[in-house]
Design a binder for this molecule. Structure first.
Ligand code: UD1
Length: 362
Protein backbone atom coordinates (compact mmCIF):
# COMPACT_ATOMS: atom_id res chain seq x y z
CA UNK A 1 0.00 0.00 0.00
CA UNK A 2 1.34 3.45 -0.93
CA UNK A 3 0.54 6.22 1.56
CA UNK A 4 1.35 9.85 0.82
CA UNK A 5 1.50 12.33 3.74
CA UNK A 6 1.07 16.08 3.29
CA UNK A 7 2.51 18.49 5.87
CA UNK A 8 3.01 22.23 5.62
CA UNK A 9 3.14 24.16 8.86
CA UNK A 10 4.81 23.72 12.26
CA UNK A 11 1.94 22.01 14.12
CA UNK A 12 1.61 19.41 11.32
CA UNK A 13 5.06 18.01 12.00
CA UNK A 14 4.36 16.81 15.56
CA UNK A 15 1.22 15.07 14.29
CA UNK A 16 2.72 13.39 11.23
CA UNK A 17 5.91 12.13 12.93
CA UNK A 18 4.26 9.36 15.00
CA UNK A 19 2.05 8.25 12.09
CA UNK A 20 5.08 7.94 9.79
CA UNK A 21 6.82 5.84 12.46
CA UNK A 22 3.82 3.63 13.13
CA UNK A 23 3.24 2.93 9.43
CA UNK A 24 6.95 2.25 8.85
CA UNK A 25 6.59 -0.70 11.24
CA UNK A 26 3.93 -2.25 8.97
CA UNK A 27 5.26 -4.44 6.19
CA UNK A 28 4.01 -3.77 2.70
CA UNK A 29 3.55 -0.04 3.31
CA UNK A 30 5.41 2.45 1.11
CA UNK A 31 5.39 6.08 2.26
CA UNK A 32 5.93 9.39 0.49
CA UNK A 33 6.25 12.65 2.42
CA UNK A 34 5.27 15.95 0.79
CA UNK A 35 6.06 19.29 2.47
CA UNK A 36 4.07 22.13 0.96
CA UNK A 37 6.57 24.74 2.19
CA UNK A 38 3.88 26.81 3.95
CA UNK A 39 6.43 27.15 6.76
CA UNK A 40 9.97 27.40 5.42
CA UNK A 41 12.27 29.06 7.99
CA UNK A 42 14.72 26.59 9.52
CA UNK A 43 13.37 27.47 12.98
CA UNK A 44 9.78 26.75 11.89
CA UNK A 45 10.48 23.59 9.91
CA UNK A 46 13.95 21.93 9.56
CA UNK A 47 14.67 21.82 13.28
CA UNK A 48 11.37 19.99 13.86
CA UNK A 49 12.18 17.35 11.24
CA UNK A 50 15.50 16.83 12.99
CA UNK A 51 14.25 16.66 16.59
CA UNK A 52 11.19 14.58 15.71
CA UNK A 53 13.44 12.21 13.71
CA UNK A 54 11.29 12.52 10.62
CA UNK A 55 12.51 11.46 7.19
CA UNK A 56 13.37 14.34 4.88
CA UNK A 57 10.42 15.22 2.62
CA UNK A 58 10.47 13.47 -0.75
CA UNK A 59 9.05 16.65 -2.29
CA UNK A 60 8.85 20.27 -1.21
CA UNK A 61 6.25 22.33 -3.07
CA UNK A 62 7.87 25.63 -2.00
CA UNK A 63 4.55 27.41 -1.60
CA UNK A 64 5.66 29.90 1.09
CA UNK A 65 3.68 32.78 2.55
CA UNK A 66 0.84 34.75 1.01
CA UNK A 67 -2.86 35.38 1.34
CA UNK A 68 -5.02 32.36 2.12
CA UNK A 69 -6.09 32.12 -1.52
CA UNK A 70 -2.49 32.33 -2.72
CA UNK A 71 -1.36 29.65 -0.29
CA UNK A 72 -4.23 27.26 -1.00
CA UNK A 73 -4.00 27.82 -4.77
CA UNK A 74 -0.21 27.36 -4.65
CA UNK A 75 -0.62 24.00 -2.95
CA UNK A 76 -3.36 22.90 -5.34
CA UNK A 77 -1.48 23.82 -8.52
CA UNK A 78 1.78 22.17 -7.48
CA UNK A 79 0.32 19.18 -5.66
CA UNK A 80 -2.11 18.06 -8.37
CA UNK A 81 0.49 16.92 -10.97
CA UNK A 82 2.62 15.35 -8.25
CA UNK A 83 -0.17 13.29 -6.72
CA UNK A 84 -1.39 12.25 -10.18
CA UNK A 85 2.04 10.86 -10.89
CA UNK A 86 2.50 9.19 -7.47
CA UNK A 87 -0.95 7.53 -7.56
CA UNK A 88 -1.03 6.78 -3.81
CA UNK A 89 -3.66 4.47 -2.33
CA UNK A 90 -4.31 6.95 0.49
CA UNK A 91 -3.35 10.56 1.21
CA UNK A 92 -3.07 11.58 4.87
CA UNK A 93 -3.56 15.24 5.81
CA UNK A 94 -3.07 16.70 9.29
CA UNK A 95 -4.72 19.32 11.47
CA UNK A 96 -6.33 22.47 10.14
CA UNK A 97 -3.85 24.63 8.24
CA UNK A 98 -4.29 25.94 4.70
CA UNK A 99 -2.11 23.14 3.29
CA UNK A 100 -4.46 20.56 4.84
CA UNK A 101 -7.64 21.68 3.10
CA UNK A 102 -5.89 22.45 -0.22
CA UNK A 103 -4.38 18.94 -0.46
CA UNK A 104 -7.65 17.30 0.58
CA UNK A 105 -9.57 19.19 -2.12
CA UNK A 106 -7.12 18.17 -4.86
CA UNK A 107 -7.33 14.51 -3.86
CA UNK A 108 -11.06 14.33 -3.56
CA UNK A 109 -11.48 15.84 -7.05
CA UNK A 110 -9.10 13.21 -8.41
CA UNK A 111 -11.01 10.43 -6.68
CA UNK A 112 -8.10 9.62 -4.35
CA UNK A 113 -8.86 8.46 -0.82
CA UNK A 114 -8.12 11.01 1.92
CA UNK A 115 -7.55 10.39 5.62
CA UNK A 116 -7.75 13.33 8.04
CA UNK A 117 -5.71 13.06 11.22
CA UNK A 118 -7.20 15.25 13.99
CA UNK A 119 -10.70 15.29 12.52
CA UNK A 120 -13.87 16.57 14.14
CA UNK A 121 -12.55 19.51 16.19
CA UNK A 122 -14.87 22.53 16.08
CA UNK A 123 -14.65 25.99 17.63
CA UNK A 124 -17.95 26.98 15.95
CA UNK A 125 -16.24 30.25 15.06
CA UNK A 126 -16.07 30.72 11.32
CA UNK A 127 -14.03 33.89 11.66
CA UNK A 128 -11.11 31.53 12.41
CA UNK A 129 -9.51 30.42 9.13
CA UNK A 130 -8.76 27.05 10.73
CA UNK A 131 -12.47 26.38 11.38
CA UNK A 132 -13.22 26.66 7.66
CA UNK A 133 -10.29 24.35 6.94
CA UNK A 134 -11.56 21.78 9.45
CA UNK A 135 -15.15 21.81 8.20
CA UNK A 136 -14.15 21.37 4.57
CA UNK A 137 -11.40 18.82 5.14
CA UNK A 138 -13.74 16.62 7.15
CA UNK A 139 -16.41 16.77 4.44
CA UNK A 140 -13.83 15.71 1.83
CA UNK A 141 -12.24 12.86 3.82
CA UNK A 142 -12.86 9.13 3.59
CA UNK A 143 -11.21 8.21 6.88
CA UNK A 144 -11.60 10.58 9.83
CA UNK A 145 -9.34 10.02 12.83
CA UNK A 146 -10.59 11.88 15.92
CA UNK A 147 -8.62 12.73 19.07
CA UNK A 148 -11.57 12.74 21.49
CA UNK A 149 -15.25 11.80 21.62
CA UNK A 150 -16.47 15.38 21.10
CA UNK A 151 -14.92 15.14 17.62
CA UNK A 152 -17.08 12.11 16.80
CA UNK A 153 -20.20 13.92 18.02
CA UNK A 154 -19.43 16.97 15.87
CA UNK A 155 -18.93 14.83 12.75
CA UNK A 156 -22.11 12.83 13.25
CA UNK A 157 -24.05 16.07 13.74
CA UNK A 158 -22.71 17.26 10.37
CA UNK A 159 -23.98 14.14 8.63
CA UNK A 160 -20.67 12.31 8.20
CA UNK A 161 -21.11 8.56 7.79
CA UNK A 162 -20.20 7.02 11.19
CA UNK A 163 -18.41 4.16 9.39
CA UNK A 164 -15.74 6.65 8.29
CA UNK A 165 -15.08 7.99 11.81
CA UNK A 166 -12.46 6.40 14.07
CA UNK A 167 -11.75 7.59 17.60
CA UNK A 168 -8.01 6.98 17.90
CA UNK A 169 -6.76 9.54 20.46
CA UNK A 170 -4.29 12.38 20.21
CA UNK A 171 -1.26 11.98 17.94
CA UNK A 172 0.33 15.21 19.20
CA UNK A 173 0.40 13.60 22.64
CA UNK A 174 2.10 10.54 21.08
CA UNK A 175 5.02 12.81 20.22
CA UNK A 176 4.99 14.42 23.65
CA UNK A 177 5.00 11.05 25.44
CA UNK A 178 7.91 9.82 23.33
CA UNK A 179 10.06 12.93 23.64
CA UNK A 180 9.31 14.29 27.13
CA UNK A 181 12.14 12.27 28.71
CA UNK A 182 14.58 13.92 26.27
CA UNK A 183 13.21 17.43 26.72
CA UNK A 184 14.71 18.04 30.16
CA UNK A 185 18.23 18.18 28.70
CA UNK A 186 17.02 20.96 26.35
CA UNK A 187 15.74 23.34 29.03
CA UNK A 188 17.18 26.71 27.99
CA UNK A 189 20.00 27.88 30.28
CA UNK A 190 19.75 30.99 32.51
CA UNK A 191 15.98 30.66 32.79
CA UNK A 192 14.38 33.03 35.30
CA UNK A 193 12.12 31.41 37.89
CA UNK A 194 9.20 31.31 38.34
CA UNK A 195 7.93 32.24 34.89
CA UNK A 196 4.80 32.40 32.77
CA UNK A 197 5.33 31.10 29.23
CA UNK A 198 3.51 33.13 26.56
CA UNK A 199 2.78 32.35 22.90
CA UNK A 200 0.56 34.47 20.65
CA UNK A 201 0.18 34.17 16.91
CA UNK A 202 -3.53 34.22 15.98
CA UNK A 203 -4.37 37.07 13.61
CA UNK A 204 -7.23 38.01 15.99
CA UNK A 205 -4.65 38.79 18.70
CA UNK A 206 -1.57 39.98 16.87
CA UNK A 207 -2.89 41.68 13.72
CA UNK A 208 -5.13 43.99 15.77
CA UNK A 209 -2.44 46.41 16.94
CA UNK A 210 -4.44 48.44 19.54
CA UNK A 211 -5.50 45.13 21.12
CA UNK A 212 -1.95 43.76 20.95
CA UNK A 213 -0.68 46.87 22.77
CA UNK A 214 -3.21 46.33 25.59
CA UNK A 215 -2.31 42.66 25.79
CA UNK A 216 1.40 43.51 26.07
CA UNK A 217 0.60 46.03 28.84
CA UNK A 218 -1.22 43.30 30.77
CA UNK A 219 1.73 40.93 30.37
CA UNK A 220 4.11 43.69 31.49
CA UNK A 221 1.96 44.18 34.63
CA UNK A 222 2.12 40.45 35.28
CA UNK A 223 5.92 40.62 35.08
CA UNK A 224 5.76 42.36 38.48
CA UNK A 225 4.73 38.96 39.93
CA UNK A 226 6.71 36.50 37.85
CA UNK A 227 8.93 36.55 34.79
CA UNK A 228 7.27 36.45 31.38
CA UNK A 229 9.05 34.33 28.77
CA UNK A 230 7.71 34.82 25.24
CA UNK A 231 9.04 32.89 22.20
CA UNK A 232 7.84 34.97 19.27
CA UNK A 233 6.22 33.52 16.11
CA UNK A 234 7.32 35.21 12.83
CA UNK A 235 3.86 36.76 12.31
CA UNK A 236 3.98 38.24 15.81
CA UNK A 237 7.59 39.40 15.36
CA UNK A 238 6.50 41.51 12.40
CA UNK A 239 3.77 43.15 14.47
CA UNK A 240 6.10 43.74 17.43
CA UNK A 241 8.60 45.36 15.11
CA UNK A 242 5.82 47.72 14.00
CA UNK A 243 4.98 48.80 17.56
CA UNK A 244 8.03 48.03 19.74
CA UNK A 245 9.78 51.37 19.35
CA UNK A 246 6.68 53.18 20.61
CA UNK A 247 5.77 50.64 23.25
CA UNK A 248 7.68 50.23 26.51
CA UNK A 249 5.80 47.11 27.69
CA UNK A 250 7.99 44.90 25.48
CA UNK A 251 11.03 45.75 27.64
CA UNK A 252 9.45 43.85 30.57
CA UNK A 253 9.15 40.60 28.65
CA UNK A 254 11.86 38.04 27.87
CA UNK A 255 11.38 37.74 24.10
CA UNK A 256 12.92 34.70 22.40
CA UNK A 257 13.12 33.49 18.82
CA UNK A 258 10.80 30.59 17.87
CA UNK A 259 12.00 27.53 19.77
CA UNK A 260 12.61 23.97 18.63
CA UNK A 261 10.21 21.27 19.86
CA UNK A 262 12.28 19.92 22.75
CA UNK A 263 13.24 23.34 24.13
CA UNK A 264 9.62 24.46 24.03
CA UNK A 265 8.36 21.27 25.66
CA UNK A 266 10.90 21.68 28.48
CA UNK A 267 9.80 25.31 28.96
CA UNK A 268 6.14 24.27 29.10
CA UNK A 269 6.70 21.56 31.64
CA UNK A 270 8.53 23.93 34.03
CA UNK A 271 6.21 26.93 33.59
CA UNK A 272 4.11 28.23 36.47
CA UNK A 273 1.44 28.88 33.83
CA UNK A 274 1.11 29.17 30.07
CA UNK A 275 -0.72 32.04 28.35
CA UNK A 276 -1.48 31.21 24.72
CA UNK A 277 -3.80 31.37 21.74
CA UNK A 278 -2.48 28.12 20.22
CA UNK A 279 -4.62 25.00 19.87
CA UNK A 280 -1.96 22.36 20.40
CA UNK A 281 -0.53 24.06 23.49
CA UNK A 282 -3.92 23.84 25.20
CA UNK A 283 -3.61 20.07 24.78
CA UNK A 284 0.04 19.78 25.77
CA UNK A 285 -0.52 21.73 29.00
CA UNK A 286 -3.49 19.48 29.76
CA UNK A 287 -1.29 16.45 29.47
CA UNK A 288 1.47 18.08 31.55
CA UNK A 289 -0.93 19.36 34.23
CA UNK A 290 0.24 22.96 33.74
CA UNK A 291 -2.39 25.73 34.14
CA UNK A 292 -3.19 27.34 30.79
CA UNK A 293 -4.95 30.65 30.11
CA UNK A 294 -6.21 30.83 26.54
CA UNK A 295 -6.63 34.29 25.04
CA UNK A 296 -9.55 33.33 22.80
CA UNK A 297 -13.33 33.46 23.06
CA UNK A 298 -13.72 29.80 22.12
CA UNK A 299 -11.80 26.59 21.67
CA UNK A 300 -12.05 23.62 19.33
CA UNK A 301 -10.55 21.59 22.20
CA UNK A 302 -13.26 21.86 24.90
CA UNK A 303 -11.94 18.75 26.62
CA UNK A 304 -8.97 20.82 27.88
CA UNK A 305 -11.41 23.12 29.68
CA UNK A 306 -13.61 20.40 31.17
CA UNK A 307 -10.48 18.55 32.28
CA UNK A 308 -9.66 21.61 34.38
CA UNK A 309 -6.22 22.76 33.20
CA UNK A 310 -7.39 25.30 30.60
CA UNK A 311 -9.42 28.50 31.10
CA UNK A 312 -10.72 30.66 28.26
CA UNK A 313 -10.16 34.29 29.19
CA UNK A 314 -11.41 35.62 25.85
CA UNK A 315 -10.79 39.27 25.06
CA UNK A 316 -11.07 40.24 28.69
CA UNK A 317 -7.76 41.47 30.04
CA UNK A 318 -9.04 41.88 33.57
CA UNK A 319 -10.02 38.23 33.52
CA UNK A 320 -6.55 37.35 32.25
CA UNK A 321 -4.87 39.31 35.08
CA UNK A 322 -7.16 37.88 37.74
CA UNK A 323 -6.77 34.30 36.56
CA UNK A 324 -2.98 34.70 36.41
CA UNK A 325 -2.91 36.17 39.94
CA UNK A 326 -5.04 33.31 41.20
CA UNK A 327 -2.53 30.80 39.83
CA UNK A 328 0.38 32.75 41.40
CA UNK A 329 -1.39 32.81 44.79
CA UNK A 330 -2.30 29.15 44.59
CA UNK A 331 1.34 28.26 43.91
CA UNK A 332 2.65 30.49 46.69
CA UNK A 333 0.49 28.70 49.29
CA UNK A 334 2.08 25.40 48.34
CA UNK A 335 -0.56 24.05 45.98
CA UNK A 336 1.00 21.15 44.13
CA UNK A 337 -0.42 20.23 40.81
CA UNK A 338 -1.10 16.81 39.51
CA UNK A 339 1.78 16.75 37.01
CA UNK A 340 1.77 14.21 34.22
CA UNK A 341 -1.30 12.39 35.42
CA UNK A 342 -3.47 13.06 32.41
CA UNK A 343 -6.25 10.52 32.30
CA UNK A 344 -7.95 11.55 29.10
CA UNK A 345 -9.05 8.45 27.22
CA UNK A 346 -6.66 7.46 24.41
CA UNK A 347 -4.14 10.25 25.12
CA UNK A 348 -1.69 7.48 25.83
CA UNK A 349 1.08 7.72 23.25
CA UNK A 350 -0.44 5.03 21.00
CA UNK A 351 -2.89 6.94 18.79
CA UNK A 352 -0.68 6.59 15.70
CA UNK A 353 -0.47 2.83 16.15
CA UNK A 354 -4.26 2.70 16.17
CA UNK A 355 -4.33 4.78 12.98
CA UNK A 356 -1.90 2.40 11.28
CA UNK A 357 -4.01 -0.61 12.25
CA UNK A 358 -7.20 1.00 10.93
CA UNK A 359 -5.50 1.93 7.65
CA UNK A 360 -4.33 -1.64 7.23
CA UNK A 361 -7.89 -2.92 7.70
CA UNK A 362 -9.44 -0.35 5.33
C1 UD1 B 1 -0.33 28.95 10.34
C2 UD1 B 1 -1.70 28.29 10.40
C3 UD1 B 1 -2.18 28.25 11.85
C4 UD1 B 1 -1.15 27.59 12.73
C5 UD1 B 1 0.18 28.29 12.56
C6 UD1 B 1 1.26 27.64 13.39
C7 UD1 B 1 -3.25 28.63 8.52
C8 UD1 B 1 -4.47 29.34 8.09
N1 UD1 B 1 -2.70 29.08 9.66
O1 UD1 B 1 -0.47 30.29 10.77
O2 UD1 B 1 -3.38 27.49 11.91
O3 UD1 B 1 -1.59 27.67 14.06
O4 UD1 B 1 0.56 28.23 11.17
O5 UD1 B 1 2.45 28.35 13.32
O6 UD1 B 1 -2.82 27.72 7.84
N2 UD1 B 1 6.48 33.30 8.25
C9 UD1 B 1 7.86 33.31 8.30
N3 UD1 B 1 8.52 32.11 8.20
C10 UD1 B 1 7.87 30.92 8.06
C11 UD1 B 1 6.47 30.92 8.02
C12 UD1 B 1 5.78 32.11 8.11
O7 UD1 B 1 8.47 34.35 8.43
O8 UD1 B 1 8.56 29.87 8.00
C13 UD1 B 1 5.75 34.58 8.38
C14 UD1 B 1 5.35 35.16 7.05
O9 UD1 B 1 5.48 36.52 7.11
C15 UD1 B 1 3.88 34.80 6.94
C16 UD1 B 1 3.44 34.81 8.40
O10 UD1 B 1 4.57 34.35 9.13
O11 UD1 B 1 3.18 35.70 6.15
C17 UD1 B 1 2.26 33.90 8.65
O12 UD1 B 1 2.53 32.58 8.15
P1 UD1 B 1 1.28 31.68 7.65
O13 UD1 B 1 1.74 30.32 7.29
O14 UD1 B 1 0.52 32.42 6.60
O15 UD1 B 1 0.33 31.62 8.89
P2 UD1 B 1 0.64 31.37 10.44
O16 UD1 B 1 0.28 32.61 11.17
O17 UD1 B 1 2.01 30.80 10.62
Amino acid sequence: MHILHVVGARPNFMKAAPVLRALAAHSGVRQTLVHTGQHYDAAMSDVFFHQLEMPQPDYNLGVGSGTHAQQAAGVMLTFEPLVRECKPDLVLVYGDVNSTVAAALVCSKLGLRVGHVEAGLRSRDRSMPEEINRLLTDQLSDLLFTPSADGDENLLREGIDPAKVHLVGNVMIDTLVRLLPRAEAHLPADLPSPYALVTLHRPSNVDDLPWLRELLDTLADLSGQLHVVFPVHPRTRQRLNEIASSHGAVAHLRLLDPLPYLEFLALQSHAAMVITDSGGIQEETTFLGVPCLTVRENTERPITVTHGTNQLVGRNLQKLSEAAMQICNRDSIGYTRARRTCELPLWDGRAAQRIAQIIERN
